[in-house]
Design a protein around this ligand. Structure first.
Ligand SMILES: [Zn+2]
Length: 529
């Protein structure tokens, strides 16, 4: 019952909800009116007038106004899915710019601000990869962070890196639904923080990380359903004194909606994972769901006014603050970013070989870079055959001296690890059928070639498979296949034996360097009839 005041506001705020619709505008108008007001008195008066309108009764206003002398502002500033975007990209984001906004907004409500991060902080750029996330975590620590929940990409470089990277943020790590075996502890289920005299409980909820990474990186961690977990912990949080319940979640906006439906006791869900922009937040029942896009393009802000007498939220307002080139970078974080840019430059410019002509990639055929990628994995694992996804390569390598950065940008997915997979020939053929069906993104083979005919019915389009070693392709034989996670994690391979073999990107770079110089001369491995 303690938070019913908030429930009332937010229920009314649901679009199309006619009950109390008058009060909605009223409460939100109140928040706006009170946004620059620091003294509780004036907010309370606004609130009185507005709730008078809503209730069409001055008496109830007076009655309600009495306890509302002490209204305190709580401000939640939230970030999600920064994905290593240390520098602005196309005029948006940048850690120093994000920090400037966070610090400015925090300074407006110095006693009542909470800075929350919903995960996926580092994976996605070279500078972040080279510093193992250090550029992001050090910047987050500098701007201040009150709690962080890990995202699936935070496990990209293994658990020790995840622990040190998130640890460097210098904030409690919350995650309730990854059960941690002994020796694998890294997070607490929730924290309770007293903010401006209000006890705020922050519960961490993670997505099923096993869907996104190899088993070795999530060893000792057991995923549990986020909704059941929340239902289990919320009563405990309240027993511990939480007056407000915030779920800091990396389960995606669809799951956040289900969570809100199942757990009406959650006041605010600060979400991530789906890179969703919710400009004013979204209400499901009494729960406010917010998420701020990705790569620091926005800083999310939720202002809650808390009535200290009734111990209820009297109004709430969510917005996204755009981070663009009009924001003056924060000098302290700019310095941190510059330090990491400088230290990564040396490696970024390191020569890795020669391209005698521009080496191309393709998402529709087996181009030279695709072949180098497939061959590098097969050679590194000593496997008879290899097969890689058609979309792993993302940029050409220009003619001339090739640098680390050039190769990084060509094959940018640092967590797409190499995998040695055992599978019967029949399943390999089925995989090729799937690849050529539909969106026509063939996979690039190594150690064998195949022919396909799109005029044939689905499932019969692979007309031949020829092994390079001269042996006959046998659907009943078990093959060792060199591949990477983006292919091996497909459902159809669920029952195959798989062995993680380290970074596919590093293998690609080593192979490129060892076999330089390169011509753009792909051989005929995939033939379309
Ligand atoms: Zn994610």
């Amino acid at each position: 019952m303690q938070i019913n005041g908030f429930s009332y506001t937010s229920l009314a705020a649901m679009p199309g909800n006619t009950v109390g619709a008058g009060a909605v505008g009223a409460n939100f108008g109140n928040t706006n009116a009170g946004a620059n007001s620091v003294d509780g008195q004036s907010i309370a008066q606004d609130s009185c007038q507005l709730s008078a309108k809503a209730n069409a009764s001055n008496d109830s206003c007076i009655e309600k106004a009495e306890p509302s002398q002490d209204i305190r502002r709580l401000r939640i500033l939230h970030l999600n899915d920064l994905h290593g975007a240390a520098l602005p990209e196309e005029g948006r984001g940048g850690l120093a710019q994000v920090a400037a906004v966070v610090k400015r907004e925090k300074a407006e409500v110095p006693e009542g601000s909470l800075v929350l991060n919903a995960g996926d902080i580092a994976e996605g750029t070279m500078i972040s990869y080279l510093s193992k996330g250090g550029v992001v975590s050090e910047s987050l620590a500098q701007m201040g962070c009150d709690a962080i929940e890990p995202g699936n990409h935070d496990f990209a470089w293994g658990q020790p890196t995840m622990r040190s990277m998130l640890g460097q943020v210098n904030a409690p790590i919350v995650c309730a639904n990854l059960e941690q075996a002994e020796g694998h502890e890294f997070a607490q289920p929730y924290v309770i923080r007293e903010v401006n005299g209000v006890k705020v409980g922050i519960l961490g909820l993670s997505t099923d990380v096993s869907n996104f990474t190899t088993d070795d990186k999530i060893e000792g961690l057991q995923y549990k359903d986020p909704i059941e977990t929340a239902q289990q912990y919320i009563p405990q949080m309240k027993k511990d004194g939480a007056e407000l319940v915030i779920a800091l979640s990396h389960i995606g906006v669809e799951q956040d909606r289900l969570l809100a439906k199942a757990c009406p006791d959650i006041d605010v869900i600060v979400g991530g994972h789906t890179h969703t922009e919710l400009p004013e937040g979204e209400y499901i029942g009494s729960t406010l769901i917010v998420q701020s896009g990705y790569k620091g393009q926005f800083v999310g802000e939720v202002d809650l006014d808390f009535d200290m007498t009734t111990r209820q939220i009297s109004s709430a307002k969510a917005e996204l603050i755009k981070v663009d080139s009009s924001v003056e970078p924060d000098p302290e974080v700019a310095q941190i970013v510059e330090k990491y840019v400088n230290s990564s430059n040396e490696l970024a410019h390191q020569p890795m070989g020669q391209a005698l002509e521009t080496l191309t990639y393709s998402h529709s055929e087996c181009a030279k870079l695709d072949q180098i990628h497939a061959d590098s994995l097969r050679q590194a694992m000593g496997a008879p055959i290899g097969l890689v996804n058609g979309r792993n390569l993302r940029a050409n390598v220009e003619e001339g001296t090739v640098t680390y950065e050039d190769l990084f940008n060509a094959l940018p997915h640092t967590e797409d690890d190499a995998v040695l997979m055992k599978l019967p020939g029949s399943l390999l053929k089925e995989a090729l059928e799937k690849r050529v069906a539909g969106r026509i993104v063939p996979a690039s083979p190594s150690g064998f070639s195949y022919t396909y005919d799109l005029s044939k019915p689905e499932g019969q389009r692979i007309t031949s498979i020829t092994m390079d070693d001269g042996s006959k392709f046998d659907p009943n034989k078990m093959y060792d296949l060199a591949t990477s996670v983006s292919l091996s994690d497909k459902k159809m391979f669920d029952n195959c034996q798989k062995k993680p073999m380290g970074s596919a990107q590093e293998i690609f770079m080593d192979y490129f360097k060892a076999n330089s110089p390169w011509h753009n001369d792909p051989d005929q491995r995939v033939t379309k009839l």
